[in-house]
Design a protein around this ligand. Structure first.
Ligand code: SF4
Length: 77
């Protein structure tokens, strides 16, 4: 079962935790410095929404847990 991952980019403080924990899925946007979904996993043509495959569950969940402002949402689809 894949996981839908959403980043509330407006609330991101660019702390780097998510792309350090899970660089396969999260990265820093080069223009605004905020977190975004790596292009290969984006859905909805949005920087902020993506679908993580099963094997990335631990990675995206750890990133969400470590986000200090709690702006990463991970939901099983
Ligand atoms: S962990 Fe949260 S605040 Fe830090 S860069 Fe990622 S989304 Fe932004």
């Amino acid at each position: 079962m894949p996981f839908r991952v959403t980043i509330d980019r407006d609330g991101c403080i660019s702390c780097a935790a998510c792309w350090t924990d899970c660089p396969e899925f999260f990265e820093e946007n080069e223009e605004d410095g905020l977190s975004q979904v790596v292009e290969a996993y984006r859905t909805d043509e949005s920087l902020a929404v993506g679908e993580a495959p099963d094997e990335m569950e631990d990675c995206v969940t750890e990133a969400a847990d470590d986000c200090p402002v709690d702006v990463i949402d991970v939901v099983a689809e």
